[in-house]
Design a protein around this ligand. Structure first.
Ligand code: MTE
Ligand code: MO
Length: 492
């Protein structure tokens, strides 16, 4: 088993890192996993969900290897059949990956060959070591030497695969991009945009703390110098842009709040960064959008797709960007280097394609993005929401005036009012931090008189359309959670 996995990994390192059987099977597992399982993994393990998958895969492989070994005590063929089946599985996984060429096929093929032949050979050596009691000592030593040699070769092959996969030097390419600066100074940020000293997040989330959600088992490693973006479909003139084409254009920098549809009420999947890039409408106007093309379907290098309403991307009042920079740096690899889409007011799964390489003008009737057949809404504007960050749920604070603080967001509409109430009492307006623009979150703070004892505090926001958050709690599926965030704390 080790030989099969390692040889496949080594060959993949040479031809195409993502063709490694373990990586390809992992990616395919994510793709075919039932929606509830994928949701469960994200909710339970958060950013570690892929690590958990890797460990799980290792355990399953080990168990299968042990079973195959036990079944093969006399004859080699049960083990060879297992190796054949697993190799076949890896081949199917590799062949059905959208990001792998035909050459990638030779990695699982090498795995299969190493598995079947390696097992046959070791099995023969093992039998020779036990079959004749007379020659016992000598053959057994030879068998141990042989399998020890195989184990060492396996380790070397696996390590070689890692090293070779690393040769796609995405970090190097990112470093070579150097500094990216907006063509004109961005709109000034007013003072007092957060209450970070009082418990809210900072207005801008650092790249390190920015939430991360994607289906990528292994992060796509692209090179800016090789990257291309093709815009095609229902357009007048198909166009292809290189990274240089994009960076030489007029670049704008805008603070934008991104939110994930999987964010539970009070959840962490919301962040704000200064994104730098080209307004997508400028690119779309260059290609010319044909009438009737109501959907823009963007595709990543690893085959993820998101379908956004064309009108949202053409809207001059919101900064839908093809982003190449984030908080003064080139996009981090895990946030989509070298380019991604960011659309204020739309959940990430219908807009924010990372590692974007293809934009197709189409219709909602003709095509569906990745999450739509998995039960999520076709249209997914970000819902007006609010969250309490201080005090923390379960905290114990001194009685008296307690600072309750948090965030509220209604991207592209703007927050008009935030209110809090203690123990189901009267709603009390919160103080709002300065507004940067209507596509970013807004921080708030309220000073609430609190007697000793256990308490519950709730928050609700009202946006500029006049809509006040409903109390009704709904699940995140199919189009985002609703309900008031509440926390419990005690005053001493
Ligand atoms: N290529 C790719 N892009 C993707 C995704 C993905 O799985 N693959 N997930 C989307 C979802 S669901 C969200 S919420 C945002 C998250 O972006 P972030 O990881 O930079 O915060 O990316 C979007 N873009
Ligand atoms: Mo998301």
């Amino acid at each position: 088993m080790g030989a099969a996995v390692a040889v496949g990994h080594l060959v993949a390192g040479i031809v195409e890192p993502n063709a490694s059987p373990v990586v390809a099977v992992g990616n395919a597992t994510i793709e075919v996993a039932p929606p509830w399982l994928e949701r469960f993994a994200v909710d339970t393990f958060g950013k570690s969900d892929k690590l958990v998958l890797a460990i799980g895969t290792g355990i399953v492989l080990l168990a299968v290897a042990v079973i195959a070994g036990l079944l093969s005590r006399r004859e080699p063929w049960p083990g060879m059949v297992f190796a054949l089946l697993l190799g076949g599985l890896a081949m199917i996984a590799v062949l059905t990956r959208p990001d792998l060429g035909l050459l990638a096929f030779i990695a699982p093929l090498a795995s299969l060959a190493a598995g079947v032949l390696g097992f046959r050979w070791l099995h023969g050596a093992a039998l020779r070591g036990t079959a004749t009691p007379a020659a016992d000592g000598l053959s057994r030593r030879r068998f141990l030497r042989t399998s020890g040699g195989v184990a060492a070769a396996v380790g070397a092959a696996g390590a070689g695969g890692w090293l070779l996969a690393d040769r796609v030097d995405s970090e190097g390419s990112r470093a070579a991009v150097g500094s990216l600066t907006p063509s004109a100074p961005p709109p000034p940020t007013p003072a007092g945009v957060d209450f970070a000293g009082r418990g809210t997040p900072t207005f801008i989330t650092s790249n390190k703390d920015f939430y991360r959600i994607d289906t990528a088992y292994s992060v796509p490693r692209l090179l800016a110098e090789e990257w291309q973006l093709r815009i095609h479909g229902m357009v007048d003139r198909e166009r292809t842009y290189t990274f240089d084409d994009i960076r030489r254009r007029v670049l704008v920098e805008r603070p934008i709040t991104m939110a994930c549809v999987s964010n539970e009420v009070g959840g962490p999947y919301i962040s704000t960064a200064r994104f730098l890039g080209v307004p997508i409408r400028e690119l779309l106007n260059e290609t010319g959008v044909r009438p009737g093309a109501d959907q823009v379907l963007s595709t990543s290098s690893d085959g993820f797709t998101a379908g956004s309403p064309t009108e949202a991307l053409l809207d001059p009042r919101r900064d839908a960007l093809l982003a190449i920079g984030m908080n003064g740096e080139p996009l981090p690899i895990e946030h989509g280097f070298p380019a991604r889409i960011v659309v204020p007011g739309l959940y990430g799964y219908v807009s924010a394609t990372k590692w974007v390489v293809d934009i197709e003008l189409t219709t909602f009737a003709a095509k569906q993005g990745y999450w739509i057949p998995r039960g999520w809404s076709v249209r997914a504007p970000v819902k007006t929401q609010s969250r309490i960050d201080a005090p923390r749920d379960g905290a114990s604070v001194p009685a008296g005036e307690v600072t309750v603080a948090g965030i509220a967001w209604a991207p592209t509409i703007g927050i008009a009012k935030v209110e809090v109430r203690l123990d189901g009492g009267a709603w009390q307006p919160a103080e709002l931090a300065a507004e940067v623009n209507d596509q970013t979150w807004r921080m708030w703070l309220a000073r609430v008189p609190v007697p000793r004892g256990g308490h519950k505090v709730e928050v609700r926001a009202t946006d500029r359309s006049g809509y006040t958050q409903t109390e009704t709690r709904t699940e995140v599926a199919p189009d985002g959670a609703t309900g008031w965030h509440a926390i419990n704390f005690s005053a001493r």
